[in-house]
Structures are given as C-alpha cells and as structure tokens.
Design a protein around this ligand. Structure first.
Ligand code: SAH
Length: 386
C-alpha cells in the first residue's frame, strides 16, 4: 500500500502539462492555481518564443522556487529534425519528428525574386512580395482526400497540438538563415487547418502574442479546402489570418472529383461564405487552383472561374501539379498554364503562377513523410545522418 501511495504521489508531481500547448492566458491561469504570479507567463513566453530557451533552470529572472515549481508541473517539448534537404532553388524542406515518433513536414521558402509572367501581378503567394515564408503542417496526414495530394493517401493520423504547430516555426527559424528579417507563415503543409480548428487557432494566438513570436496576423495565411461552417466561425475571430481557399475547379462536378470533401459544400456555398468574410482594407482572398492536365485546365474552365469570382476581392494562385508517384494526374504544359492565367488576367482577375520549388528535394506535399514512413528504422537513421 505504502508503495502504491508513493507511486501515486510521484505520478501527481510528474511534469505532465506541455507548456508550449498553452496560450499566455492559459499559462496565467495555471500559474494562479499554483500560487505563482500570473505575469510570469509573459516571462516564460519571452524565454521560449523570443530567446529559444526551453530549460527552466536557465530562466534567470525567475526565482529558484518558481523554477522548481514550473519544472514540477510543466514540460517543454521541441520537435526533432529528422531530415533537412536544401533545394537548388534555396527551398529548405524539413522532416520533423513528434513526441510519439510520427513525422510531419515543414518547408522554408527563402526570399526569392519571383518572376511572374507579364500578365500576372507580382504579389507572392502569401500576399507579401519578396519575403521569406514558412509552410507549416496542422495535422499528421489529412482526412480531406484530395485525389491529387499525397498527404491524402495517409488518411488522417492525428491532429497536431498548438505546441507542435508553433514548434515547427521555432525549430525552422533556428535552423535557417532568416537574417533578422520578417517572415510569413502559410498553413499549407500537411493537413486541413479548419479540421483542427481549436488547436490551430491556439497556435495562431501564441504566434501573434506580443510576448510570443509577435507576428502580425496579416503575415499568416490559412489555406482551407473550404469547410463552410469553420470559415464562418473564423470570420468572427478577433485574430484573423489571411484566407486562402483551395478551389481547384469552377464546375461542381470537376471539384467533386478532385476534392471529395467538397461534396458537402458546393462552390456556390463556399464563395457565398467568402463574400461574407470580413476583409480588411485592400485585403483579398486567395484562391488556389492546382492545374491538372486535361481535367481543370481548359479555356472554358478559366472563363467560368473568372465569372464566378466577379465582384469578389480575390486573387488566383495557379499551381501546376507537383507530380509524384501515386498521383493519377499530369502537370499541364507551361503554355497551357500561361494561357489559363492569361484568360483570368483578361477578365481582370489578379493571378500569380506558383513556381514549382524544391522539386529536386521531393517537395510535393506529403512526399517526404510518406517515403520515410515506408522505410525501415535503420534506413531512416541512415538518411538522417547522411
Ligand atoms: N488542406 C489545406 C492546406 C494544405 S494543402 C488546403 O487544402 O488548402 C496546401 C495546398 O497544396 C492546397 O492548395 C493543395 O491543394 C495543394 N496541393 C496538394 N497536393 C499538391 C500537388 N501534388 N501539387 C500541387 N499542389 C498540391
């Protein structure tokens, strides 16, 4: 019995709360419960998110007593870099491992001079021209089932926690040369952010917290397949990222074939939600459109798209398919891509063509995580220390 009681006591005092999953307000309330001054939450945030310190013992503006209490109750995890590939074009792709050994991908797209064809405007994908960007995952795998996406072949494995979403930014920011310059975040890695709504929003609150990463919300773009109720919920949030919609088609039947989850929400309903979405002065909604040869890349589909977007403050980001084994579609020719873009531009739709980056490092969404999942542990280890 005595032994059992000791074991129970030990379990209670084990640091089980993951500090990086908590917003500053949540830490404040947890500290209050522990009898620690709530303003210490701001100091913790500064240590973790501004100085990259994850060890309570090094947090020198906290008393020894407070440090001990924190270490008893909280744990600070970091993601481990399993693999880091640098593309010829400067794109850096990371395979990261989570506490449970699962893998996710994150990408750093450095400040590249992006040359757009003459008929395209020169804004970058994230809406800020000429700036560096982190592309971050929100789930392990994805439940949306898009038929041209590799991540979809994994199905949904699990949601990422706020700390795992923010952790990607922390790990990548420490690993790449940011040169002290600002960066953008796009939630365009693995997963559907609006299918993991609460944890994604908590992550954004941590990223935008003045004592955290202090990122202005306009530097964050949330990309969604178009889950209408969640878009409407997002429209009421005090913290509002830029919105990108993965549309991929102008006809309902074509979209249903590419984005199975779309059967629930029609293009008409999605665009109605977009029209209601509160946009700040001069902001626009981005519509992503993956071009698939012979499927959604015809002149007629381009004209239909232009007509659908009429009156919407929109810009279209054309993404020629990033092909990979297992994806049953082909990438259209550059001529076709340009012609599609030209038609949109002629109809006064702002359009950019995403340059395919990182092809030499298998940057197609999900490619690295899926390949690594298939390898034996020994092979993975060998890859990691290559
Ligand atoms: N689930 C969200 C965000 C993740 S996917 C969404 O659907 O928006 C980010 C973008 O990459 C989406 O527009 C998606 O359609 C696109 N994408 C997925 N697989 C691709 C591929 N093989 N080639 C080009 N773009 C792809």
């Amino acid at each position: 019995m005595a032994h059992e009681a000791a074991a129970t006591k030990k379990a209670v005092t084990m640091p089980t709360i993951e500090l990086t999953d908590l917003t500053r307000a949540e830490i404040e309330s947890a500290l209050r419960d522990l009898g620690v001054e709530p303003y210490r939450a701001g100091q913790l945030f500064q240590w973790i998110y501004q100085r990259g310190v994850v060890d309570f013992a090094s947090m020198t503006n906290l008393s020894q007593d407070v440090r001990r209490t924190l270490a008893e109750h909280f744990h600070i995890s970091t993601l481990a870099i399993v693999r880091h590939d640098v593309s010829e074009d400067g794109t850096e792709k990371f395979l990261l491992s989570l506490r449970d050994g699962r893998h996710i991908e994150s990408v750093f797209i450095p400040d590249l001079v992006r040359r757009a064809p003459d008929h395209c405007d020169r804004t970058s994908e994230s809406g800020h021209s000429g700036s560096q960007t982190f592309c971050v995952s929100t789930q392990v795998g994805c439940a949306m089932g898009c038929t041209f996406c590799l991540t979809a072949t994994m199905g949904l494995v699990r949601n990422l926690s706020p700390g795992e979403i923010v952790g990607q930014v922390r790990v990548l920011a420490a690993a790449v040369a940011l040169g002290g310059k600002a960066f953008n975040i796009v939630l365009m890695g693995m997963g559907e952010p609006l299918h993991n709504y609460d944890q994604t929003m908590a992550a954004l609150r941590i990223l935008c917290d003045k004592k955290g990463c202090a990122l202005p919300p306009r530097r964050i773009t949330l990309s969604t397949v178009g889950l209408v109720p969640a878009i409407e919920r997002l429209a009421t949030e005090p913290l509002m990222p830029n919105l990108a919609i993965s549309l991929h088609a102008a006809s309902e039947d074509v979209r249903a074939r590419l984005v199975p989850s779309a059967r629930k929400y029609s293009i008409t309903e999605i665009l109605a939600a977009c029209r209601r979405f509160p946009l700040k002065h001069r902001d626009r909604i981005t519509f992503e459109y993956v071009l698939l040869a012979g499927i959604n890349d015809s002149d007629a589909e381009a004209r239909k798209l232009a007509k659908l977007l009429r009156g919407l403050r929109a810009k279209v980001n054309l993404i020629p398919l990033n092909p990979a084994a297992g994806i049953p579609f082909e990438r259209p020719s550059d001529d076709r891509v340009n012609q599609f873009g030209r038609i949109l531009a002629e109809h006064h739709v702002a359009v950019t063509v995403r340059k395919s980056r990182g092809r030499d490092i298998r940057a197609a969404c999900g490619q690295l995580a899926i390949e690594s999942g298939k390898k034996s542990p020994a092979q993975r280890l060998a890859d990691a220390i290559e």
